[in-house]
Design a protein around this ligand. Structure first.
Ligand code: SF4
Length: 276
């Protein structure tokens, strides 16, 4: 039978997280490339949150590119969603805005795993005195639990990719450990930092390789619908899958707020859909 996935298909934390969430969703989004019309989804609050988050990420990116804070403030104050100005102000007055060392915002790193590219587009990579930190900005309504974040594909894919890419340059970095820092604009004082070292990267490599190989082995019918129909309330394909038309309330978004964040920055949209 023909392979569903072409050799140049890029795996990312987004599509791997999507596969974990629902195999059917992975198939519809990344293999069929179906974009279900947003107006049929109806969860406007979710779309507003996501779009405001995108604009906030853009401003933070511009900050690290050297744009004047006054200009960024002006842009944020003109934003139709007042939360964007609040988030920016919170960010600018936090220690995150004055990080030291070599800083790489919106940097894309790629390695190869199971014969496929595996990419990580990080919000910010900091290299300071031989230490490496991966920063991720979030605008969640509720503070995620550290245990939930640790289970996310992002907390494994990013350290694995960065350790493989930068670990090659032993003359510059003595890479023994690195950390992933989650900073929430709505909870700026509750930074979550997840450290990892060689043993963890080996474990991540084994797990992610197994996931990719499982995906590669599947035929169409094996990309089944999730048995947990609560997840469908958050999915844009629920009408397509005959799993209900009503959207879930954002306030009820306790468990699934980390469903995926591939729309976080505009460039991710193209990247994350990848080629098949
Ligand atoms: S509606 Fe449910 S079954 Fe269908 S793709 Fe979405 S999560 Fe999966």
């Amino acid at each position: 039978m023909a392979n569903l996935i072409s050799p140049d298909f890029t795996f990312t934390q987004s599509n791997l997280q999507t596969f974990t969430y629902c195999r059917r969703r992975f198939y519809l989004r990344y293999l069929k490339k179906l974009i279900w019309p947003a107006q049929l989804v109806g969860d406007q609050q979710y779309a507003q949150d996501r779009d405001a988050g995108v604009r906030f990420h853009r401003l933070v990116h511009q900050h690290f590119l050297g744009f004047e804070p006054a200009l960024l403030r002006k842009v944020s104050e003109a934003d139709p969603d007042p939360r964007v100005a609040t988030w920016l102000e919170t960010f600018l007055s936090s220690q995150m805005s004055t990080l030291e060392g070599e800083l790489a915002p919106e940097a894309l790193y790629t390695t190869t795993l199971a014969g496929h590219p595996l990419s990580a587009k990080v919000d910010l990579l900091q290299m300071n005195s031989g230490k490496i930190k991966i920063y991720d900005w979030k605008t969640s309504r509720q503070l995620p639990k550290e245990t939930s974040l640790k289970k996310q594909a992002q907390s494994r894919v990013y350290p694995l990719v960065i350790s493989r890419v930068l670990g090659k340059d032993a003359a510059v970095f003595k890479l023994e450990n690195l950390s992933m820092v989650y900073w929430e604009a709505n909870f700026p004082d509750q930074v979550i930092e997840i450290n990892s070292s060689q043993d963890d990267w080996q474990k991540y490599e084994t797990e992610i390789t197994a996931s990719i190989e499982l995906i590669l082995s599947f035929q169409v019918e094996e990309f089944g619908k999730t048995p947990d129909i609560r997840k469908c309330a958050w999915c844009e394909y629920r009408s397509y899958c005959l799993r209900g038309k009503a959207a879930q309330s954002p306030e009820d978004n306790m468990e699934f707020d980390l469903i995926d964040d591939e729309m976080k920055i505009p460039g991710d949209t193209v990247e994350s859909w990848g080629s098949v």
